[in-house]
Ligand binder design. Structure first.
Ligand code: AMP
Ligand code: MG
Length: 423
């Protein structure tokens, strides 16, 4: 396993005092590794987990050629080129109840959607397209060979991987595994993530605030974000800005978790004593990232009692915690979970208002994406201060103003990342 120093020495234009977002992510992604543990679970218990091995299809899905529509299964060679033909109906095939006879020349079979194609037939004419007179079925000209027929194996082919290792198991994958008749799957073990807040000013929910104190909200947003990612979370509470207590908390976290996420204690005023302590515990770098919100961040690996954990030291401001979590920690933790696809799409929408932006840093402004006069448009949530958590709650997207981007005029297209997904 490479050291952090080695990873950084392979990173071009590395400047810890003004690190572009993409560079920070490059270092993080090259340094972390997926966890190796695997467990076998019943299919439903695997929802939200990451597949550890390819699922190879033991069967063709569908297993037989079948009808895609309610209609009549015919022999293509019976159909007239330019004029209608009249065939004789000799029976009916239902989904799950096959028509077992043979279909001779001039004959057809009534078929329901999902019914196995009767012997010798290759084409289905939809019921709305024919004229029925007792058993005499008249079929108009212009049918295409093989129409409305689903081929055996067209969904999944026997012996081929139906799902690849690294896939997230969503409802579609759970159903797909069931469609193969498989009842158990191998998934990566859950990631264990410890988290705590640092700060002498923090007060836990349920206590009265004195002057200068704030409620510890970061431990709630962090808990929520980690839980949503599917991590097993360990809440280590609030740790005071005291080197001994911090060291004890970091040691405990390193011994019991795969990753540690903290808030506060990495800003310029506080970083110095955290840095000295970290130097004892492992390899941690302190960055000033060219972004807003969320400039300071610590990243590395710490050790205790023969175990180690990746460390993400996030800034203390409530919005900065969430922004740095989503844009650095999320992808890193998903990679540790074994996920092969971690990037989210950047969409484009029209800016409803001007947006001020300085080139040379990435900004994650909180936006509201809405349909206006038939077009998707995005506006900001108002005050964008890194302490204003309401901006995250009101937003349904991040407006991502890239490193080189300058100020935006109303009507310009901007990139954005939607916060909520369908599945
Ligand atoms: P720091 O990064 O520790 O200097 O904190 C920056 C700002 O974030 C300060 O105004 C803190 O009071 C605030 N802050 C730090 N930690 C928390 C927390 N856990 N919950 C709410 N606000 C916090
Ligand atoms: Mg602090």
């Amino acid at each position: 396993m490479a050291t952090l120093k080695e990873v950084i020495s392979c990173t071009s234009d590395y400047d810890p005092e003004a690190l572009p977002v993409a560079k920070a992510n490059e270092v993080i992604r090259s340094f972390i590794n997926p966890v190796s543990g695997v467990e076998k679970l019943r299919v439903r218990a695997a929802l939200g987990r990451v597949l550890a091995k390819d699922v190879v299809s033991p069967i063709d899905v569908p297993s037989h050629d079948n009808s895609a529509m309610d209609g009549y299964a015919v022999r293509n060679s019976d159909l007239g080129a330019g004029e209608p033909v009249t065939l004789t109906k000799i029976g009916t095939a239902y989904a799950g109840r096959e028509f077992t006879g043979e279909v001779g020349r001039g004959e057809c079979v009534r078929v329901m959607t999902g019914a196995v194609m009767p012997k010798n037939t290759d084409t289905v004419v939809i019921q709305e397209g024919v004229r029925v007179d007792g058993k005499r079925i008249t079929i108009p000209a212009g049918q295409e060979i093989g129409q409305n027929r689903r081929l055996a194996g067209e969904d999944l082919k026997k012996g081929k991987p139906a799902l690849k290792a690294g896939a997230l198991l969503r409802p579609a994958e759970i159903g797909l595994i069931a469609s193969l008749g498989i009842g158990e799957v191998s998934v990566r073990r859950r990631l264990k993530v410890a988290f705590f807040s640092t700060g002498d000013e923090l007060v836990s929910v349920g206590k009265k605030l004195k002057a200068g104190e704030v409620y510890d909200s970061n431990r709630y947003t962090l808990w929520g974000m980690l839980t949503r990612l599917g991590c097993e979370v360990v809440d280590l509470g609030v740790v005071r800005d005291d080197p001994k207590k911090l060291e004890a908390a970091f040691r405990k976290a390193a011994a019991l978790a795969d990753a540690v996420v903290t808030s506060g204690g990495v800003s310029v005023g506080e970083a110095d004593f955290t840095k000295q302590m970290m130097a004892k515990l492992g390899e941690v770098v302190f960055w000033k990232i060219a972004m807003r919100p969320g400039r300071p961040m610590a990243f590395g690996r710490i050790r205790a009692r023969g175990k180690s954990a990746y460390l993400f030291g996030l800034p203390g401001n409530p919005v900065a915690v969430m922004v740095t979590f989503y844009h650095f920690v999320r992808g890193a933790l998903l990679t540790m979970m074994g996920r092969c696809d971690t990037d989210l799409p950047l969409l484009r929408a029209k800016a409803a208002t001007p947006m001020r932006k300085k080139p040379g840093r990435t900004e994650y402004q909180r936006g509201i994406l809405e349909l206006k006069n038939g077009e998707w448009s995005v506006r900001l949530t108002g005050a964008q201060g890194s302490g204003i958590l309401r901006s995250m709650s009101e937003a349904n997207c991040f407006v991502v103003l890239g490193h080189q981007q300058e100020s935006v005029k109303a009507g310009d297209y901007v990139e954005l990342m939607v916060m909520d997904g369908l599945v």
